[in-house]
Design a protein around this ligand. Structure first.
Ligand SMILES: NC(=O)c1ccc[n+]([C@@H]2O[C@H](COP(=O)([O-])OP(=O)(O)OC[C@H]3O[C@@H](n4cnc5c(N)ncnc54)[C@H](OP(=O)(O)O)[C@@H]3O)[C@@H](O)[C@H]2O)c1
Length: 438
């Protein structure tokens, strides 16, 4: 067949923020894409929930349907793009598409984090590829980078700022000194936070992406309940300011790593102090960045827009271009599909890092010595201490400790003994500190 005669016939499920971007940008760069891929990428049918909704793209009415099954059952459609979001119906749709031997592109991190193992197994069984570049870090081509460009590496670690909304909020708390609530309201007004921002704020949007990166790096799908995820909702301006005094910035950080010789993998997300001099600390606002360390390549860094209509549709379109190539060369699942399901999860109690601990202690001599006695008995070293001037004549004052590398379990033991002291109030903040060395 003449290259120019080829078509990839697309069924687009979802015409919301991302779906509309895919439709718009496929039109915009139609001839460029045809030139580059030798294939015309044609949207044949589009499934939406509400036919009467006003949209910022115009789709001919004969292409629209409210029944996504029409896309699956249409023999003229080669590939389904799932952009409806959510878990259950998206899962049903992807399973139906793969069972109908159609390739699938999805940007849905939630469905992959919950059902990725089953979906990838089905994709392989059916020899129908499942592409997911848009599911992690929006427009940043991190899936391809880890899966293809870094294939010759054992991944030592991945550190990622992979949620734009929380990064915007933390950036504004740091740079403008506004509270979490004020920064969240500002993010909502500017369109950087969804009407329901809970998955961004509670860390789970990043948690889903970290699970996918864990699979890509180590071939192992962690179940969501095995992953430790903490959000940014309890970060106070005091913590931002104390972290700054200690030479750190607070970022919502995804950590994916495996120590050499250890089968167990660590996948977690939490607000974390990172050194101000590190390049990740300068990733501000809604931007994302992912630092990948491989044993052959060393340090690499990927930076860009982690969400938004155009950036995310760029990732979806790159998957469609791959699919065009594969379909027309009559190949199914190609390239490296991480599998083997090797490795187990490293229990949270055994994960190592430094820590930031903010306590509220009685304003009298000897309290620091009591605390140091407990940390010493638990083999947890103190790297530095700050004891700011009390803001009022309160009987209790803040005490901030930076603790040496220790396992989370050890620090929890020390902390419960510290909180048992009569001179220490129970309210406290314990955050991870990552030096970001591989
Ligand atoms: N937004 C981003 O920046 C971004 C970035 C990366 C990944 N993603 C992922 O991309 C996916 C889509 O996100 P989005 O922001 O585009 O969502 P969205 O704006 O809420 O759009 C969802 C679309 O799906 C349609 N839809 C929902 N249920 C449907 C059903 N049962 N049948 C047919 N159509 C249905 C909706 O139809 P109506 O329009 O008629 O309501 C809407 O067009 C999600 O998985 C998200 O996590 C988003």
């Amino acid at each position: 067949m003449d290259k120019k005669e080829k078509q990839l016939r697309i069924g687009l499920a979802g015409l919301g923020n991302v779906g509309a971007g895919v439709y718009k940008n496929l039109e915009k760069n139609k001839s460029l894409l045809c030139e580059r891929t030798g294939t015309e990428l044609v949207v044949k049918k589009v499934a939406v929930r509400d036919l009467n909704r006003k949209r910022d793209v115009t789709v001919p009415s004969e292409k629209l349907t409210t029944d996504w099954k029409e896309l699956i059952n249409d023999p003229e459609i080669d590939i389904i793009v799932e952009l409806i979001g959510g878990v259950d119906e998206a899962h049903e749709l992807i399973v139906a598409a793969l069972n109908a031997n159609k390739a699938v592109v999805t940007g849905n991190k939630a469905v992959l984090a919950e059902k990725g193992k089953e979906l990838i197994e089905l994709s392989e069984k059916q020899n129908s590829p499942l592409y997911c570049e848009a599911a992690v870090a929006g427009g940043i081509p991190i899936i391809k980078a880890v899966k293809e460009a870094l294939i010759g590496n054992r991944i030592t670690s991945i550190f990622g700022i992979i949620n734009g909304t929380s990064n915007y909020i933390l950036t504004r708390m740091t740079s403008a000194g506004i509270t979490f609530q004020e920064a969240l309201e500002e993010a909502t007004q500017k369109g950087f936070a969804e009407a329901d921002p809970s998955l961004d704020i509670n860390g789970w949007d990043a948690g889903h992406k970290a699970i996918i990166l864990g699979w890509l790096s180590y071939g192992h799908w962690l179940r969501p309940e095995e992953v430790s995820v903490n959000g940014i909702e309890d970060i106070s301006l005091d913590d931002v300011s104390f972290a700054n005094d200690l030479g750190y910035e607070i970022k919502l950080l995804g950590v994916i790593r495996q120590a050499e010789g250890d089968e167990r993998i660590e996948v977690r997300v939490s607000p974390t102090l990172i050194p101000k001099g590190h390049i990740l600390s300068s990733v501000d606002g809604v931007f994302n960045a992912v630092a990948v360390h491989g044993d052959v390549v060393g340090e690499t860094l990927f930076y860009g827009s982690g969400a938004g209509q155009d950036a995310t549709s760029s990732a979806v379109i790159s998957d469609l271009a791959d699919a065009a190539e594969n379909i027309h060369n009559d190949v199914g699942c190609t390239g490296f599909v991480p599998k083997g399901d090797f490795g187990t999860v490293l229990p949270l109690d055994e994960t190592l890092s430094q820590y930031y601990l903010r306590l509220s202690v009685a304003d009298r001599p000897g309290v620091l010595a009591q605390i140091a006695d407990i940390t010493g008995k638990n083999n947890v070293g103190i790297l530095s201490v700050i004891q700011p001037e009390p803001a009022s004549s309160s009987k209790h004052i803040p005490l901030v400790l930076l603790l040496h590398d220790a396992s989370y379990g050890t620090v929890q033991n020390a902390l419960s003994a510290i909180l048992g002291l009569e001179s220490v109030e129970t309210k406290h903040t314990l955050l991870r500190v990552e030096t970001l060395k591989s």
